[in-house]
Design a protein around this ligand. Structure first.
Ligand code: NAD
Ligand code: UDP
Length: 347
């Protein structure tokens, strides 16, 4: 196991962002710096990238440390808030990194909580709509306990996040840590990796490469897609509040996967055909957040509609033609088809 990391920061008052070199984390670091916070970003670069934070490193209020939060973390000086985003998030990533995903949801979360406790800092956990599993309540309210398969292929992520919520609440109740839990629903935008295998990136990459758009199942399953700028405003509102949560953060505008394929086709102007592939095991059939709590406790609601958000995302992908072309093979489709054949046999 890697050794614990000890950080001696240059500045005295900090927000620590674990997973800060990832998609959501890099946007959060940028917004925090923009409003004058000192930011320490800790990331092991397992699914993130230095290029996401390249511009931020020019800012003296920003520090990056490459470290595994699951191995332990110490920081000298004052930490005012810890935002724990570190975790693989895309299904192909957590299928590829199952033990690491469980470790960062459990040990990594406890290490981040310990740090918040030690510094008397606000702690915000990035949980997920995945804790609702394949939901029997629709739309999903925070009171709903979920419908999760504890041994299925998605469980390494879902159960890690459920444990992360449990230990966060236990640190609040037992040790008085000022914790807040956000449950993030599907979020998209610039800085997603073209090859990350999530549906928005796959469809855009396929459309721009003129390859078939790969729909898993019949495309009737739904998700509710939130543009990243909206989400980041919600995370910052949670950092600044003393709300314990859990609070859903997502855009309640629900779409089928087939509708998303049509939208991406319209925004990109592609003539790519649609290609159907088997639905991955335990793929949730529907997802839509009830955001009443976010509205009443954080005064938060999303502002960017999906057409506009997709346009901005496509524009960003178009500005990286080499990366998009290089991702073609990775999102050529069917990458989920034959995952876990041994698990399928057990059913
Ligand atoms: P991402 O993969 O782009 O970012 C995750 C970051 O965490 C990466 O930079 C990765 O290198 C880092 N990381 C992973 N394990 C680590 C470890 N042990 N130590 C240090 N760093 C580590 O994914 P994202 O979409 O930006 O997701 C960020 C967080 O938000 C995750 O916790 C995810 O579960 C949560 N979330 C995201 C979505 C979404 O739609 N994007 C939805 C629900 C929840
Ligand atoms: N999906 C799809 N084609 C793809 C990638 C994903 O049809 O190329 C489907 C996937 O099966 C799921 C939905 O799109 O029903 C959202 O998948 P994603 O991995 O983006 O998010 P999650 O399943 O974690 O909500």
């Amino acid at each position: 196991m890697p050794a614990q990391t000890r950080i001696s920061p240059r500045c005295s008052m900090h927000v620590l962002v674990t997973g800060g070199a990832g998609f959501i984390g890099s946007h959060l670091c940028a917004l925090l710096l923009g409003r004058g916070d000192q930011v320490i970003c800790v990331d092991d670069l397992s699914t993130g990238s230095k290029s996401n934070i390249e511009r931020l490193t020019e800012n003296p209020a920003f520090e990056f440390h490459e470290a595994d939060v699951s191995a332990g973390l110490e920081i000298e000086g004052t930490v005012s808030a810890v935002v724990h985003l570190a975790s693989p998030a895309s299904p192909p990533d957590y299928h590829r990194l199952p033990l690491e995903t469980l470790a960062v949801g459990s040990r990594g979360t406890e290490n981040a909580l310990r740090l918040a406790h030690h510094h008397g800092a606000r702690f915000v956990l990035a949980s997920t709509s995945e804790i609702y599993g394949d939901p029997l309540m629709h739309p999903q309210r925070e009171e709903y306990w979920g419908n999760v398969n504890p041994i299925g292929p998605r469980s390494v992520y879902d159960e890690a996040k459920r444990f992360a919520e449990a230990i966060t609440v236990a640190y609040r109740r037992t040790l008085g840590v000022d914790t807040g839990v956000i449950r993030i629903f599907n979020t998209y935008g610039p800085r997603m990796r073209p090859h990350d295998g999530r549906v928005v990136t796959s469809f855009i990459t396929q459309a721009l490469n003129g390859d078939p758009l790969t729909i898993y199942g019949d495309g009737s399953q739904t998700r509710s897609f939130c543009y990243v700028d909206d989400l980041i405003r919600g995370i910052v509102a949670m950092i600044d509040s003393s709300e314990p949560g859990p609070v859903n953060l997502g855009n309640p505008n629900e779409r089928t996967v087939a509708e998303l394929a049509e939208l991406v086709s319209a925004v990109t102007g592609t003539r790519s055909p649609i290609e159907f592939h088997p639905l991955p095991t335990d793929d949730p059939t529907r997802r839509r957040p009830d955001i009443t709590k976010a509205l009443t406790t954080l005064d938060w609601s999303p502002r960017v509609d999906i057409e506009d958000g997709l346009r901005r995302t496509v524009e960003w992908f178009r500005s990286r033609p080499e990366e998009v072309a290089a991702a073609a093979a990775a999102v050529a489709g069917g990458q989920c088809d034959n995952l876990f054949p041994e698990y399928q046999e057990q059913l």
